[in-house]
Design a protein around this ligand. Structure first.
Ligand code: ZN
Ligand code: ZN
Length: 412
């Protein structure tokens, strides 16, 4: 038996999005309607009623973890998602290459993105050659897209209660990291960060890449700005708990990161861009291929949320129709009837009328041989309110895997 979870980010909507109806209600979705007719619907509060979720906290909850207990920030999952090795207890930061100028003995930030430089991977080596062993910590740095990257600190007595070295504005000094609580760990972590910043500047200042950029009249990437300290929680991988093999198909680093933390293997999918231009048919092909060797496949589709943030109801409607046609069409054609359970839902509501995540519950669709069918005949928020699954909080993955008869019993 195979398990498939498909999350369309920010799928839910409000009646104010399209003059009395949501984008999903207005969209033509014959494949999803067919699944709804044969399966069952319900409404999911991603974390709990009235909690307005981020994508990170809602995905943790969907995988069965309690974000209120384990979550300190998104940086840890992003670091995992760009392929870094991150262990429970590591302190992670989001990083930017930036341009600073020395003025009166101070480093003044003049460009927070160093002209969105493309040479991050060339500068990465100089950072990783730094030695912080005198401070008793290990670290690794990875450049990702454009000026972005991530820093992972590992060592005893570190914590995430420190302020950013990113001043979040220009023409001001590079910020000093400060302890945000009265603890030895916070003081020590702030000290390590400030020392790291100083040494990173020294390593980058006269780097050949930066000399070349200056000659070309471009801003050098001569400093690293750090923000969003987060501790990687100790999570029991879903794959271990249920004794299964799992795979993830996603474009965005955050989703790959949560999936890796849950024990899933992240598969490379060319054309999975994490935006409205993503190759949905390519994702369906990749999912079908993965289902030949994995028990559980998680597919993340981001474009619905992007359209919601843009306030573009037409784009959201059009993208939902594309998901139905280009993703679910070939997926359902390629699957063996009766051999799988499938869940389709969102990670929260992103109404174009609001342009941000809201706390409204999200429609969820369950399909497969073990699912008791209900009387719903189409997939939408309205139909989900009348669905046989009622209303529940998060935990889509534990529910899905249980229908496939994976996993342990709680109690005797
Ligand atoms: Zn989201
Ligand atoms: Zn969003």
């Amino acid at each position: 038996m195979r398990a498939i979870l498909v999350i369309a980010d920010g799928l839910g909507g409000r009646p104010t999005d399209m003059g009395g109806a949501t984008c999903l209600e207005r969209a033509r979705t014959p494949n999803l309607d067919e699944l709804a007719r044969k399966g069952a619907l319900g409404l999911m509060d991603p974390i709990a009623p009235g909690v307005r979720p981020g994508s990170d906290t809602s995905h943790l909850s969907i995988f069965g973890y309690d974000p209120l207990r384990v979550y300190t920030g998104r940086g840890a999952f992003e670091a995992l998602g760009i392929g870094m090795e991150v262990r429970g207890g590591d302190v992670c930061f989001r990083a930017n290459f930036a341009t600073v100028e020395e003025r009166d003995g101070r480093l003044i930030v003049v460009d927070r993105r160093a002209g969105r430089l493309a040479e991050g991977r060339e500068l990465e080596g100089a950072i990783n050659q730094l030695d912080l062993s005198d401070l008793g910590v290990g670290f690794s740095f990875r450049a990702s897209t454009e000026h972005r990257g991530a820093l992972v600190l590992r060592g005893e007595g570190l914590c995430a209660a420190v302020s950013d070295t990113d001043p979040h504005e220009t023409e001001v000094p590079l910020a000093e990291a400060r302890p945000l609580e009265d603890s030895e760990a916070a003081r020590r972590t702030a000290e390590v960060l400030n020392e790291f910043s100083r040494r990173a500047y020294e390593a980058l200042r006269d780097h050949p890449v930066n000399r070349r950029r200056r000659e070309e009249g471009k801003p050098p990437g001569n400093a690293l700005l750090l923000r969003g300290a987060a501790v990687m929680p100790h999570l029991e991988p879903v794959t271990e708990k249920y004794g299964i093999r799992g795979a993830c198909i996603a474009g965005g680093a955050l989703y790959k990161g949560v999936a890796r933390a849950a024990g899933l293997e992240v598969l490379p999918v060319p054309g999975a861009t994490g935006d409205l231009g993503t190759d949905l048919a390519g994702k369906a092909r990749a999912a079908l291929e993965a289902l030949e060797s994995y028990d559980f496949v998680f597919v993340h589709i981001k474009g619905t949320d992007n359209a919601g943030h843009d306030g573009d109801a037409q784009a959201k409607l059009g993208f939902i129709e594309r998901i139905d046609r280009e993703f679910f069409g070939p997926l359902l054609e390629g699957l063996e009837p009766g051999g799988f359970h499938l869940v389709f839902s969102g990670d929260h509501t992103t109404p174009p009328a609001v342009g941000e995540h809201t706390a409204d519950p999200v429609p969820a669709l369950f399909f497969g041989p073990a699912i008791r069918p209900d009387r719903t005949t189409g997939f939408s928020e309205r139909a989900a309110g009348e669905g046989g699954l009622g209303r529940f909080s998060g935990r889509l993955v534990p529910q899905l895997l249980s229908y496939c008869d994976f996993g342990p019993k709680f109690g005797a």
